[in-house]
Design a protein around this ligand. Structure first.
Ligand SMILES: CSC[C@@H](O)[C@@H](O)C(=O)COP(=O)(O)O
Length: 367
């Protein structure tokens, strides 16, 4: 998507082929900074420290991390240690495992001398494919928004989203935002309630920045406001992303998603989850086994932002000595999910619903 008229992806190979470049998302929305990754350790750090984040982008950056690793050591031992180091960066988004498994399967049979070029080709493919999948998700999600718009002619469709499942979290388009961008581009009047998404504020920092860049009308709200807005008929539908969806349609996503789904259910508001197929974990029968990342207490006790003097800083908001817990994701049970919007269409959040869209998984017996 575009930033000041220039098309960007959040990760790409540097024009001279010497490095990987990323948009450093820890600096947004106050500064637009491009960071260079020149080693596998740089890529691992970028994922762990959330310079890049969001399930599909974590997978795409890991794929580029394999390329950086092969430049350093293309031996079997080098491949194994890069695979293991990158796998340990963040636990919840299954796209990481998907990309590393697929990358290792491509590279392992090759002679070491061919691995660098093959790793670059693989990373380019992962990125291009993610952009295409998300564009398709948008086409299917657009039909849902169009149907809601048809029931309220001339009025604005109000969507609530949580965290950032936008183009910054993917390679392009975003998952939850792809239907929103496509509806906006199709001329459907649309407005987005953006959950700030404490503790890291991906909604306030990133989703609001993205939507603003694309000219989509939006309002940032505190995480606790969604239920109230739903009770008062101000939300037509919710769309979120997911870091991992189990084979029965349970959805792991940013902490707080579950509470939005409960409020939506109580108020009869449709609650959709948008996801590309690499986010489905076919090995898990339900969501309870999804590993939930526990992050630093500092993310809860301190908030970064632009200070009144214009500088960028952080403030402490809790009393000295108070403990803070920081589970970064939660699992929304499938029964609260109206539908899963995938690149192949929208499925009910059930095992049969998912297998109906991905019948090859039935035959595969799942791996
Ligand atoms: C298309 S991104 C879907 C999810 O990855 C997104 O909603 C989310 O929870 C991101 O969490 P983050 O901790 O910022 O990586």
């Amino acid at each position: 998507m575009k930033v000041n008229g220039i098309h960007y992806r959040p990760v790409w190979q540097a024009a001279d082929g010497s490095a990987v470049e990323i948009i450093d998302q820890t600096k947004l929305p106050h500064e637009f900074v491009v960071a260079r990754l020149t080693s596998m350790a740089d890529a691992a750090h970028a994922i762990r420290a959330m310079l890049v984040r969001g399930a599909p982008l974590i997978g795409a950056t890991a794929a580029w991390g394999l390329w950086l690793a092969m430049r350093e050591d293309a031996s079997d031992a080098g491949l194994t240690s890069a695979y293991e180091a990158l796998m340990q960066t963040r636990p919840t988004a299954v796209n990481l495992r998907w990309a590393l498994d697929a990358g290792r399967a491509k590279l392992a049979p090759l002679p070491a001398g061919e691995r660098v070029e093959a790793a670059a080709a693989f990373a380019r493919h992962v990125c291009d494919e993610d952009a295409e999948l998300n564009h398709s998700i948008g086409r299917h999600g657009l039909e849902i928004i169009r149907a809601i718009a048809a029931k309220k002619p001339g009025q604005t469709v109000n969507v609530l989203t949580h965290c950032n499942a936008g183009w910054l979290a993917t390679v392009d388009w975003g998952t939850a935002t792809s239907p929103i961008y496509q509806a906006h581009d199709a001329g459907i009047p649309i407005h987005v309630w953006v959950d700030e998404t404490r503790p890291r504020n991906q909604g306030a920092f990133l989703t609001a920045w993205e939507l603003g860049n694309h000219g989509v009308d939006h309002t940032v709200i505190v995480d606790n406001a969604g239920g109230h807005l739903m009770q008062h008929g101000q939300v037509d539908l919710c769309i979120t992303g997911t870091d991992r969806t189990s084979a029965n349609g349970d959805v792991a996503n940013k902490i707080g998603t579950y509470l939005k789904a409960l409020a939506a259910h109580d108020n009869g508001v449709p609650f959709y989850v948008a996801l590309p197929s690499p986010t489905i974990d076919w090995t898990l029968a339900d969501g309870f086994a999804i590993p939930i990342e526990e992050r630093s207490a500092d993310e809860v006790t301190r908030i970064p932002g632009r200070l009144d003097d214009g500088s960028i800083g952080a403030v402490t908001i809790t009393p000295e000595g108070s403990k803070a817990a920081n589970p970064a994701f939660d699992v929304t049970p499938a029964r609260l999910v109206t539908g899963l919007i995938t690149e192949r269409g929208t499925a009910p959040a059930t095992p049969e619903g998912l297998l109906g869209l991905f019948p090859e998984r039935r035959a595969a017996g799942e791996d």
